[in-house]
Design a protein around this ligand. Sequence first.
Ligand SMILES: *Cc1c(COP(=O)(O)O)cnc(C)c1O
Length: 390
Amino acid sequence: MKQPIYLDYAATTPADPAVVKAMMECLGAEGHFGNPASRSHRFGWQAEELVDIARNQVADLIGADPREIIWTSGATESDNLAIKGIAEANGKGHIITSAFEHKAVLDCCVYLENKGFQVTYLKPSANGFISAQQVESAIQNDTILITIMMVNNELGSIQPIAEIGEVASKNNILFHVDAAQAAGKIPIDLNTLKVDFMSFSAHKIYAPKGMGVLYARINQQPNITAQIHGGGHERGLRSGTLATHQIVGMGLAFEIARKELQANDQHVFECKQLFMQGVCDIKGISVNAGIEGHKTTEKMVAGIINLQFEGVDSEMLIMAFKDLAISSGSACTSASVEPSYVLKTLGLSDLASHSSLRFSFGRFTTMDEVKTAIEVVKNGYQRLKELSVN
Ligand SMILES: *Cc1c(COP(=O)(O)O)cnc(C)c1O
């Protein structure tokens, strides 16, 4: 059976072939399978060296010191470690976040509310942005943490992290950023950003699932409490034997992303431009978020676009577009039939949210695939519209 065209890079990416190869070399008896924590023999030393290289590769993409890179099992764990770790270190207090964060952040906040913490969920603007002023006005005397994502995973809107960082720092409040959808798509420089903690995922950047990083600014590391204990790995912040193959894969993916950031962004931008030209003139199709006075703002990543198809349900659309692998909302919540909570925070009705789909492009998307996708969308939507009139 023919595979559909993959347009769901925001849900996950395939590992880069170079990443797959490097990982394989860490698994078998012929490879670097040693425990990086084994100090008494060469197998351990070799693995430790590979982990060090990867730590530098990750640090280099984001302007960090390698000592600030804490390996985790994914951005979900990184979010949990930062948010619950800060909350636990404080014991009580107020947290500021946004209503359209990833569930990994929102569910931590709900958990902490049940433990007695107070949380403010800022509402994004209709075009998909949180402002630094909004954050500033929500600050209370007992605010201990601000956590705002860098790029929204359903919309692609880029949040003003530099400005929010200034607000956080001026008010002496810790600032955590979920950057799972930002790494490799837009430049990140933690030398200039006033961010204390930042979460990353390997599988959104052409490395495997089950791997992530929490960036923890060196002088703020005493301000979080570990959530996984046993052995004191990762400066005591995250115990567990380091997964050399996963780490090597993530490190290489970050290095490739650093070298190819501009070329990759250009390619993905061209894919999106072509796609937009092809579908946006079709009556009934409109873009959710990122639009100011009918013009697309620049504050969007190239690879993600969220479209609304007037008068047609997204379940029907997904069936009509069965030659495309796309999603309504994020993969994490698409098991439910509830309309996307992210779109609802923008003020979209249930009906409008239910008629929306996310298309996301990536490194391996080809122009031919985009052209086919345009035809599928045009024809499929036209057919559904005709059916719904009859
Ligand atoms: C994918 C994603 C996550 C979860 O990352 P995992 O590595 O799958 O745990 C968290 N936040 C955002 C914004 C994401 O896109």
